[in-house]
Design a protein around this ligand. Sequence first.
Ligand code: XUL
Ligand code: CO
Length: 436
Amino acid sequence: MKLFDTIDKIKFEGPDSDNSLAFKYYNPDQIVAGKPMKEHLRFAMSYWHTLTGDGSDPFGAATMERPWNELDGIEQAKLRADIGFEFMEKLGMEYFCFHDLDIAPEGKNLKEKHANLDIIVDYIEELMKKTGIKCLWGTTNAFTHPRFVHGASTSPNADVFAYAAAQVKKAMEITMRLGGENYVFWGGREGYETLLNTNTELELDNLARFLQMAVDYKEKIGFTGQLLIEPKPKEPTKHQYDFDTATVLGFLRKYNLQDHFKLNIEANHATLAMHTFDHELNMCRINGALGSIDANQGDLLLGWDTDQFPTNIYDAVLAMIEVLKNGGIAPGGLNFDSKVRRGSFEPVDLFYGYIAGMDTFARGLIIADNLIKDGVFDNFTKERYASYETGIGKQIINKEVGFEELENYALGLGDIKNTSGRQELLENILNQYIYR
Ligand code: XUL
Ligand code: CO
């Protein structure tokens, strides 16, 4: 049984095409900055939003029309996998990302859950061999089941800590078996609702203990994938511990874990933390911690994680500037942690969503490359900081002066002259590159 019998492989037809089921900008083999577009972008399908998301929300029932709705258990999981791989093949999507719970039913207990996973992993492995599609990253879902009501590794209940550890152990083994290039830790319910009942010190220490165990186990089994932490400031808890990039970097350094983890930056999580997407990417890049991207966008009028397909070209350009300056994103990639709206319930809407996201980032990549090649912002910025290349600025950089020398220098200064930051000029030029 196939879901998309009426839809052929999505092809690149260029910006003038009026075929809604074609790429206008994503041309996988087109060379940009020395390598094919697909190697810069390393697009991935999110198993959860694409294959398990049903369109339900706190106010309403499921809406998504999907053929697996009629099935359950292992049969449902197999049909999802079949259709998921058909979908990726048709999109030319080379990677996928998954939670354990997305691919196999939970089962009555941990033993049954593991057995279900083994069946489905065998099945997915075959589909991967047949199609050449690879795993970008795997993770565990330690937030949906009621046992995680108070968190997983930060739960006050040590039994829950142990259960979560067993889940990560298995999920890491599966990810390794599927050749996953990364393993992600998103905090799930690792946070708190009120300080009145929370020992934050113990919870944070336990989070670090848990991550250290994951590092130890990774080394023990010889998993060579990159470990990633995905910051998010709130939702589902009021305060998530992995608030944003700066918080996660501080945490990793406090517990001496910084050499073992990079970050997976999600656009909508950045905006929930009152940052721009490019701010978060930039903070990672300058700290050598940019690991991977969850590509989506939020709605600026809403304060929650709407996980929409990214269509904002402005943000995509600024994000791709960071990726290019990072020397690329591999072994990470761009995972569309994005879902079609509840009202977009027909299967074809999944194609429209992915085409929109892939085209936006493809175009973003080309514009970012042009801006970098022409030195548009780099030349301006270099000039803006030129005072640190000679004289007192150079002495500051070289640590040749302290407060006393600087006071002497300042006493000898006349009126200080600043120059304009030219923000509006730069924004005009950015728009000009986007419009071209
Ligand atoms: C939740 C979120 C997750 C992670 C993986 O907001 O982004 O889907 O990406 O657990
Ligand atoms: Co995410």
